[in-house]
Design a binder for this molecule. Structure first.
Ligand SMILES: [Zn+2]
Length: 282
């Protein structure tokens, strides 16, 4: 490659610098990684030099090699998946409840946490038929919005510190499933797994802190129909015990193998929540 180095000659022996593409091995965050590196090498003494641009590029490649080794999305993958979804960096930031600067950094080499990687996959890699997200884009602030509405109706907190979402997730599940059944799409875009303790928000361990700090005013308010769904679910299941037991009577949950995703398409088979009367349905 005929790259013109910013540094023209070897800082050591003043020999000529040549651009080389080479494979490097490095230990990064405790992981041995190999990556393709572009840098300048002195033709006389072999010293390897990188200018500012090459250094930034090396850091990005090293970070991506680490992400690949650790099974995390690379910067380019995050960008490609985001664009495929038609999301701007701002829209993705809002859905994940992070600053736009975080998105920009992840796309250019700063390594996202494991839990953020899980959330990115949840948001960007939904199934093509949308059956796992209820025809809605996953949104953490929306989850918070729905939980806040439930707390108002129930007159008690649902999400506590270090919550395992044993009950909060069941209120969300019924609301999402009933909304999908009666309104044609869910409320939060969340995916639910059939766990032994009942339907549970998929990846709830990674989500709970994010939900707790999410700002529900950052998303559009609930429509009258959506509010009616939440009111009906709260009225049907006034106590944690009631919703827990009801969810365990649902065939939809019983028939899923442990850990399987419960498809929204089975919402019509719910037996414990009656069809909800909606005044403003179009
Ligand atoms: Zn040299």
């Amino acid at each position: 490659m005929g790259k013109q180095p910013v540094i023209q000659t070897c800082p050591d022996c003043h020999g000529p610098l040549k651009w080389v593409e080479t494979e490097k091995q490095a230990r990064f965050k405790g992981v041995e990684v190999r990556y393709a590196a572009g840098l300048y090498r002195c033709a006389d003494c072999g010293l390897e030099v990188a200018d500012v641009e090459a250094t930034a590029d090396l850091q990005e490649r090293l970070a991506d090699a680490y992400r690949q080794a650790e099974g995390l999305l690379s910067g380019a993958e995050i960008r490609r998946l985001r664009e495929r979804k038609g999301l701007t960096q701002q829209a993705l930031a809002e859905a994940l409840n992070v600053g736009i600067a975080s998105i920009k950094r992840w796309e250019t080499g700063v390594i996202q946490s494991r839990s953020m990687d899980t959330l990115l996959r949840t948001l960007l890699l939904d199934s093509p038929c949308n059956d796992h997200t209820g025809k809605r884009d996953f949104s953490i602030p929306r989850i918070r919005l729905v939980l806040d509405a439930f707390e108002k109706h129930l007159g008690r907190p649902l999400l506590k510190k270090d919550d395992r979402m044993l009950y909060a997730a069941k209120y969300l599940w019924y609301a999402d499933m009933a909304a999908f059944r009666d309104l044609g799409r869910g409320l939060t875009g969340a995916t639910y797994a059939a766990l032994p303790m009942g339907p549970q928000l998929n990846n709830y361990r990674d989500l709970v802190d994010e939900i707790a700090k999410a700002d529900p005013s950052s998303v559009p308010p609930l429509t009258a129909s959506e509010s009616a769904i939440i009111a009906a679910v709260a009225k049907t299941f006034p106590t944690n015990k009631k919703i827990y037991e009801a969810s365990h009577r649902e065939k939809v949950w019983q028939q899923c193998t442990t850990g399987a995703i419960i498809p929204y398409s089975r919402a019509a088979e719910l037996t414990e929540i009656a069809l909800i009367e909606l005044s403003d349905q179009k």
